[in-house]
Design a protein around this ligand. Sequence first.
Ligand SMILES: [Zn+2]
Length: 648
Amino acid sequence: MTSTSTDFKETLKQQADIVRIVGDYVKLKKAGAQNFSGLCPFHAEKTASFSVHATRQFFHCFGCGESGDVFTFIQKVENITFPEAVRLIAQKLGVPLPKLSFSSPAEARDAQVRTALLDVHVRATQFFQDCLRRPEGANAREYLKGRGLDDETIARFRIGFAPDSGFVLRDALRRDFDEELLRASGLFSWKESSQLSALSSQEKPVLRSAQDDNSGEGVTESRELRAESSAAIYSKFRNRVMFPICNDQGKVIAFTGRTLSTDEKAGPKYLNSPETAIYSKSRVLFNLDNAKEAIRKLDYSILVEGQMDCISVYAAGFHNVIASSGTAFTEPQAKLLGRFSKNVVVNFDPDTAGARATERTLGLLVEEEFNVKIITLDPGFDPDLYLRRKGKDAYGSAIKHSQKYFDYLIDRARVQFPPRNAESKIKAVNHLLPHIQRVPNRIVRDGLALEIAQKLGIDSKVLRQELKNVVTNRSATAVKTGAETQITGAERVLIRALASATEIQASSTRSSARDGTDEELDPARQAQYALQSEYLYEGLASQSLIEALLEAGSEAPDVMALPKNEEDRRLLASVLMHEEEDLTPETVEGAVRALRRIYLRRRQEEVQRAFQRPGISMEEKRELLQENLRLKRALMDPGLAEAAGQAS
Ligand SMILES: [Zn+2]
């Protein structure tokens, strides 16, 4: 860690009031002694489940589980990296930046590599564009013309051509970039050293094995190879039309290459860059850089499957179009898209070969609370073909007549299971249920249940009620809220006490001035001692959270970073958001007594159960009776009885 940047981050965090910073993005209302709440910017909601803790300086959404400090918030809401978030917050506060805001030399080096990789891609893009204009690019130009793309579109999407030779690009880039970087760029392949001698005599590498080799994971082993021969690396993309893939800032970070060879050895029809330090395919949406403004303005996006479809739709004047690049949508992609609009018109046919990927994509969009509509084109038409045959007006009208996703599903279920009798109605309902249970909002689900009942002509009261029950009680929601409702007041007090360890450390001067800090009165230590020595939290709903807090002791600077899973983070946030009264040694002591009581009662139940086990020996019975008596006496202890009213 470079101390300057860490210090700067800490100073900045102290100066930045999270309530004010978040307030720029979310309308916050005071909701308690130290917390504020508002509508979550990370998921769609109508009632506020997004909370900000003013003194502890963290946010937590009880709806979607997003959580973190002021830096995390800015990173997520702006979709930027950590150093960028630091810079942005510094700007908001008018604090001058230190020269480097990387938290470690490794991070600085990574950033350097990423910048250099972006440069490699700028140069490669130019190279491919040049090649497209040269005589050797004739076939590629022909192909693009055949797809109906004009010069303007080709220029806008920076489409190019990768020549057949595997060495031209390498030689062009080698002057400015070292080979290790080229290997890390995802643009090149290479042979293992045993194959080098065979390769050096050949002008061109063998095409067949070039497509499926090691260029992704080989990066780390590259050092020895580099020393032996630089002839080993060659272009991964050969004789292909090159479509750049950009991040949402418009920087080229990868390519898709469409082969022009008819030869079966040419490899896959479409070849994509592997994942690199700048390209993670699950986080990129094709054309989002061009489309984002239009998506924001029109408040909906058009989602198509392939890049070619996307380019055609864009060229026809529908600028709010993006593509998922053939694979199923991922959660980061949905979140990324959701930043611009939560309305999406999906234009791929759920009945095609990729039906399962399509269904996953649609399911994910529903889970992320998008309003999904479906465009149905005439059978056999993809958007590209449809536009070329029928024109943009027809496509515009298809968008206008797109159908709500659930209407579309109900229609399909009715075709598949014609609702002639009760039995086929139930079949249709069961077919629809998994789709509907993805909807996070209960009220929306209730509405859907009603709609299904109407559209499938279900008059039976019993069946209607059944449908409503199944739809309303999503098992996932029941699990999610579990720990929170199960924990006792005593556990809440002790969790607060344990969490206060970090608070006390951070403001030690203040607390010692207040009451002379007698070590005996530190509620964190008091709770730690009692919980650890008696293991009272065993088997409680809060066990894993308490363990995580105990493990950290008073070392942790950020208490919200301690929970080991979502559930526990949610629980901790909920406890901390509701800390109203002060923690005193008496409340902590009362909570410990309440846990002892819970522990004794549970032990008593165990003893009684053991007593009734068949085949139990007389001696065991005697021991159990004795323990039962001990437990009874312990429970009658006046010290324990008094605690019951206080904290459980
Ligand atoms: Zn949320």
